[in-house]
Design a protein around this ligand. Structure first.
Ligand code: ATP
Length: 890
């Protein structure tokens, strides 16, 4: 028998599972072993060995290897072996850098891997979709991606978009009944849902029948392309820059060689020196260090609860000038409690907090009995009936399974004695039209014990008022007259101005046999009353909004909630400045894109908007030149999230669709996390600038010391192996440590960076050239001084030059930590940098003073007195300019 032909009993028998309990963990383990993980097999990855060899593919490294071999044949064994050893170690370092970069990218992918809700050992749990096995009972709702092939056993207005499989872009509606048909295509299997397809509406429950490569998707997986990791704009710019730098380094090196030969050096030793210099001066490690810095930053961001899905977002974050954020759950706690009920012109207060059903009702300060107030009773009961959430009590704690707005209504009803049991015994829900944020309402058809049926609707009050033709008054329906409308509107304003979220309840009796469409069910209703609930702001958000403002970033609230409620909360959060405007969805509809673009700068709050409006809002800000971050959670938010420069999805409440469209996920749904991510984004970019500055200035210094010496007809101030050593030890480690540097104190007080800003902007180019020049000059000066003191001891002078170059770079690295001046920062703050610098110094001392290494590195022990010269000269490049800068500031 085929899957679609099976009834529920056969299905459960074949899959050996239970609808009530799902599978046990033990059984899951067994099935995982038998069927394997629920994953599509990916294409081949580069092997470690290939990655290792790719480190030596660089042209200049090959030339150096060849030159070294030649010198080996000519009898310079020590030099040859030492150079090869250094190249080898360099290759290993490069290998580990790239491996780390690759691994952390992989880890990122896994973090944002899809989750599903499955029934295990009797309770619904969220698990990574790759842990699904055949027989698992899973449930899903609008916005979810189906985790495996399912046979459906329950559906509620379920529609699924299957274009990934069938090419059909319109969603198809699904149901759970079996049917007979022998030759059916995938698209006709209405009682099945397939891995990788998208739930666009409604909800459902199904049993897993195919996982991994055994799913319909698995069978066509070969046709799927893997997404690949896009390079970030900075990485691409650096790649371009790298090419220019290579040419520049080669030209300068050539110049050094020619100058040397013209000044009487022999061709062979100049050639070897030139190639070593080229290898040292070409910043081939830069791309890998950038990737490592980016991914280390990304890991720090994860610790601060934001997951970067697309690496380029890290850079864009630093440019963000507008954050458009949802209100409910992001700026507020999404912990709702009904505090007010209004009906027939009367207002009742409700006490109690959270989902604990302890609380009482009062009117004008006096406690009342709910049973004496018919309309209050109706509002509360209907709020509980038109509801798809539930509250579970565990060890005295009350946990919500579902939507917080509905949780609040359930709790309020329980306070009046309408417990789950009472509701279950007296009513039956025969049809449900789920909530969606475009309709802003939900409705059900309920049947009472006597078999009478009625529609109950709840939703945004303005929406329900439009759909109601009558109003409830003293147990009867009367027309929704102008007076009644005005009275209701006043009540609504009264609740909303206290920052309360409002929900209205309406109903209408229907015939038992009526087959209702959603339009029919949700029209011609009788309005009963309103409920107002608090949703307190998250305590940290006010401060975060302020910090963003200081950082030149404007925060905009976008909410489906009522205008007055939104305005009141915006004020509480300090988001709405004097003169700042609040715009509603209606106005947004009426404005053209151009008109909106013109006035959007003054708007801080968009209220009563539908998800579709978000796209218009993002575009308006972008047309004004802003870099926009936009949050969202639902299916309909996806286009706006995609359009935004930084699309942000909610980790907890976000649907798979929103997450897939996003470049950043907030693990805790919290607005303050966006601020932390932006801060980190700015810091990562600054850190990259720091080590670019350090590496390039070092390289400029290395080239110039050689160039100047050749032009002055001096001997070589550094021998090839020393140059390679500097490149390996002094350049690499401190640069990596700069990538992990702490942000400067004022990162969140600067304006956002312009997205088109070049790498060398804000004086970086000047800093590289000037510091590089000074490092070269100081090294040469130290060399010349010692050399002229005793021209016979060339090796000694070279050792002094070597030490000066190393120290000058290691001092300069501290200057690179600040955009302003070395004195702005505490040098002991970055322990990685301290470690890198100290170990570089120790290694340098070992090379100079450890006798067995001296012939290899052509070093001679330096006398104590000469260290004064070395330290003095190496401090000059950094402190000369730092000092002049300081005086200029005064
Ligand atoms: P955000 O601030 O994130 O946009 P929101 O909750 O205010 O969130 P929506 O979820 O679109 O925005 O809700 C819009 C309106 O719909 C709410 O103000 C409320 O009146 C109503 N509403 C919300 N949840 C439900 C629900 N479960 N059933 C019926 N009506 C609801």
């Amino acid at each position: 028998m085929k899957w679609h032909e099976m009834g529920q009993t056969e299905l459960l028998n074949v899959t050996k599972t239970s609808i009530e309990k799902g599978l046990t963990e033990k059984e899951v383990k067994k099935r995982l072993e038998r069927h394997g993980a629920n994953e599509l097999l990916e294409g081949e990855k580069t092997s470690a060995l290939a990655l290792f060899f790719s480190q030596f593919k660089d042209f200049m490294v090959l030339v150096l290897l060849a030159a070294t071999l030649v010198s080996g044949f000519l009898g310079e064994y020590i030099d040859a072996i030492a150079i090869i050893a250094i190249i080898f170690v360099n290759g290993i370092l490069g290998f580990f850098q790239e491996r780390k970069a690759e691994k952390s990218l992989q880890a990122l992918k896994e973090l944002s891997a899809p989750q599903v809700t499955a029934l295990r050992d009797g309770s619904w749990v969220k698990i990574p979709s790759k842990e699904l096995v055949p027989g698992d009972v899973v449930r899903f709702s609008s916005g979810d991606r189906i985790g495996a092939d399912l046979r459906l056993i329950e559906t509620k207005s379920l529609e699924i978009e299957e274009s990934a499989l069938t090419g059909e872009s319109l969603p198809v509606s699904k149901q759970s009944e079996r049917f007979q048909a022998s030759d059916v295509s995938l698209g006709d299997l209405k009682n099945m849902a397939f891995m990788g397809t998208l739930v666009t509406r409604g909800s459902g429950i199904g049993i897993v029948i195919g996982t991994g490569m055994n799913s319909a998707m698995g069978k066509i997986a070969d046709m799927l392309e893997s997404a690949g990791n896009a390079a970030t704009p900075l990485q691409r710019r650096l790649e371009e820059l790298g090419k220019i730098l290579i040419v520049a380094a080669l030209l300068l090196t050539l110049l050094v060689v020619v100058a040397g030969v013209v000044r009487g050096h022999d061709l062979y030793s100049m050639f070897l020196a030139g190639v070593s210099l080229a290898v040292a001066a070409i910043p081939e490690g830069l791309p890998a260090i950038v990737t490592v810095a980016l991914s280390l930053g990304v890991q720090r961001m994860i610790r601060q609860k934001s997951i970067v899905r697309k690496l380029p977002a890290v850079e864009t974050l630093g440019c963000a000038s507008i954050i458009c954020s949802d209100k409910t759950g992001t700026m507020t706690q999404n912990k709702m409690t009904v505090t007010h009920v209004w009906s027939e012109g009367k207002t009742w207060n409700v006490s109690g907090i959270g989902y604990d059903p302890q609380g009482s009702f009062s009117m004008n300060g006096r406690d009342i009995q709910v049973k004496n107030h018919k309309s209050l009773q109706q509002v509360l009961l209907f709020g509980a009936l038109c509801n798809s959430s539930s509250i579970i009590e565990e060890d005295g704690e009350f946990r919500l399974d579902g939507d917080p707005t509905e949780g609040a209504l359930l709790t309020a009803a329980k306070k009046a004695g309408f417990t789950d049991r009472y509701v279950g015994e007296h009513f039956k829900i025969v049809e449900e039209f789920p909530f969606d944020s475009a309709r802003k309402m939900m409705s059900v058809v309920a049947e009472d014990a006597s078999g009478k049926r009625f529609v109950i609707a709840k939703g945004a009050p303005d929406v329900l008022m439009k759909r109601s033709s009558a109003v409830y008054k003293e147990g009867r329906r009367e027309p929704f007259s102008k007076e009644r409308l005005a009275e209701t509107n006043t009540a609504l304003e009264m609740l909303a101005s206290q920052a309360l979220r409002t929900i209205a309840v309406a109903y209408k009796p229907v015939k038992e046999s009526a087959n209702l469409s959603i339009e029919k069910a949700e029209s011609d209703l009788t309005f009963i009353g309103l409920m107002g609930m608090i949703d307190p702001p998250r305590p940290e958000v006010k401060q975060a909004i302020k910090e963003c403002r200081d950082a030149g970033i404007k925060t905009v609230m976008i909410t489906g909630d009522h205008v007055t409620t939104a305005q009141a909360i915006a004020k509480q959060l300090g988001l709405l400045p004097r003169g700042g405007k609040v715009m509603d969805g209606q106005t947004l509809n009426e404005l053209t894109q151009e008109e909106l673009t013109e006035i959007v700068e003054d708007v801080y709050v968009f209220a009563r908007v539908s998800p579709e409006h978000k796209l218009k809002i993002v575009t308006a800000y972008q047309e004004n030149g802003h870099v926009v971050a936009m949050t969202g959670d639902g299916v309909n938010d996806a286009p706006a999230i995609k359009q935004a420069d930084i699309g942000i999805a909610m980790g907890i409440t976000g649907t798979d669709v929103a997450k897939e469209a996003s470049s950043l996920i907030l693990v805790d749904d919290n607005f303050a996390t966006i601020k932390s991510a932006i801060k980190e984004g700015r810091n990562i970019y600054e850190n990259i600038r720091k080590f670019i500055r350090y590496l390039l200035a070092s390289n400029v210094g290395e080239i110039l010391v050689m160039l100047f010496a050749m032009m002055l007809a001096l001997p070589l101030p550094l021998v090839p192996i020393q140059i390679l050593w500097v490149n390996l030890v002094t350049d690499g480690l401190p640069a990596m440590a700069l990538g992990m540097d702490q942000p400067e104190g004022d990162v969140m007080r600067r304006k956002p960076r312009h997205p088109k800003e070049g790498v060398f902007a804000r004086g970086l180019g000047w800093k590289v050239v000037s510091r590089g020049f000074l490092i070269g000059a100081a090294t040469l000066a130290a060399f010349m001084f010692i050399y002229h003191r005793n021209p016979d001891a060339l090796a000694y002078a070279q050792t002094v030059a070597f030490a000066t170059l190393v120290l000058a770079q290691l001092i300069h690295v501290f200057d690179c930590r600040s955009e302003r001046s070395i004195f702005e920062r505490n040098p002991f703050e970055n322990v990685y940098l301290l470690g890198a610098v100290l170990s570089s110094i120790v290694l340098m001392l070992v090379v100079i003073y450890y006798p067995p290494l001296q012939p290899i590195f052509h070093t001679v022990p330096i006398l104590m007195a000469d260290w004064l010269l070395i330290i003095g000269m190496s401090a000059i490049p950094t402190f000369l300019l730092a000092g002049s800068l300081l005086t200029r500031k005064k």
